[in-house]
Design a protein around this ligand. Structure first.
Ligand code: HPA
Length: 271
C-alpha cells in the first residue's frame, strides 16, 4: 500500500476529529451496535474517505465511528471489508494503516466465526491466541514501504500476551466465560465443507471465519498491538447436521451482544 494514499485517507479522517484515538476496534457481523455506546460520537462514512473500498455485506454498516468509550478515545469500524467481496487484499490493510496514522497503538478485532473445536458451543466468545492464514494471499504482497513496516514482519506473537491476560482477567471479574484458541481464515464466501472443517481441525484451527487475518497482518506490520475476539455463532460445517446460514450467524451474535459489549467495554477501560 502506497504511503501517499494512506496519508491522503488518514488526513481526511483526521480533519473530521477533534480528539485522536488511541484504540481501534473492528466490529464483526452482528456486533456493530457497540458503536452506540460511544460518547461524543463522530461518524465518518467509508464512502467519504479517499481510497476506501465499499462495504456491502448485510449486517455491516460502512463507517468509522469515533468517540469516547469507557474514558478512552477510540475509533471503531462499524462494518469491515472482506476479501470475498472482491477487494484486493492490499486494500483491507488501509483502514488499519489509517488508524496507525491517527495514533492508534492497540487494536481490538472482532468477528463472527464457526466453532471447529468440539468443546465450543454457539454463543461462546473465544479470545484469539494465534491464527492460520488459509487464503493463500496476503495484504503485504507487493512493494513494501519501510516507513510503514518491515518487508518480513515477525508474526511469532501476533496476539498480544498482555492484552490476552487483561481480557482473561476482565472475563473472570465479570463472570463472562471465554474460550481461547486459533482462528483460521478461509476466503469464503461459501461456508466450508465438512471435509474442509476436518482438515482445519487437523491443522490446528479452533474457529473458522472469513475476515480478521488481513487486518491483523497489517496491524503487526505497522506495530499495532492486537487483541482478537471471535463470537462463535454456529458450529462449523459437518459438526452437527444443521445447514449453515448468515441469518443464524446474525441471530446468535444478537443473543451474545450484551455479553460481548460488557466484555469489550470493560477491556477498553483497562487498556
Ligand atoms: N464459517 C466461516 N465463517 C463464519 C462461520 C463459519 O461457520 N460462521 C460465522 N462466520
Amino acid at each position: 500500500m502506497e504511503l501517499s494514499k494512506i496519508m491522503e485517507s488518514s488526513e481526511y479522517v483526521k480533519s473530521k476529529l477533534n480528539k485522536l484515538p488511541e484504540i481501534g476496534i473492528i466490529l464483526g457481523s452482528g456486533l456493530g451496535e457497540l458503536a452506540d455506546f460511544l460518547e461524543k460520537k463522530i461518524i465518518i462514512k467509508y464512502s467519504d474517505v479517499p481510497n476506501m473500498p465499499k462495504a456491502t455485506v448485510k449486517g455491516h454498516a460502512g463507517q468509522f465511528v469515533c468517540g469516547q468509550l469507557n474514558g478512552k478515545n477510540v475509533i471503531m469500524m462499524q462494518g469491515r471489508f472482506h476479501y470475498y467481496e472482491g477487494n484486493p487484499m492490499e486494500l483491507l490493510a488501509l483502514p488499519v494503516y489509517i488508524m496507525k496514522n491517527l495514533g492508534v497503538k492497540k487494536l481490538i478485532v472482532t468477528n463472527a466465526a464457526g466453532g471447529i473445536n468440539k468443546s465450543f458451543v454457539p454463543g461462546d466468545l473465544m479470545i484469539i491466541n494465534d491464527h492460520i492464514n488459509l487464503t493463500f494471499n496476503n495484504p503485504l504482497i507487493g512493494k513494501n514501504d519501510e516507513k510503514i513496516g518491515p518487508r518480513f514482519p515477525d508474526m511469532s506473537v501476533s496476539y498480544d500476551k498482555d492484552l490476552i491476560t487483561l481480557a482473561k482477567e476482565i472475563s473472570a471479574g465479570h463472570g463472562i466465560g471465554v474460550k481461547e484458541g486459533v482462528y483460521l481464515m478461509m476466503t469464503g464466501p461459501n461456508y466450508e465443507t465438512p471435509a474442509e472443517i476436518r482438515m482445519a481441525r487437523i491443522l490446528g484451527g479452533d474457529a473458522v471465519g472469513m475476515s480478521t487475518v488481513p487486518e491483523v497482518i497489517a496491524a503487526r506490520h505497522c506495530n499495532i498491538k492486537v487483541l482478537g475476539i471471535s463470537c462463535i455463532t454456529n458450529m462449523a460445517a459437518g459438526i452437527n447436521d444443521k445447514p449453515l446460514n448468515h441469518a443464524e450467524v446474525i441471530e446468535t451474535s444478537n443473543t451474545v451482544k450484551d455479553k460481548f459489549e460488557t466484555f469489550v467495554i470493560n477491556i477498553v477501560g483497562k487498556m
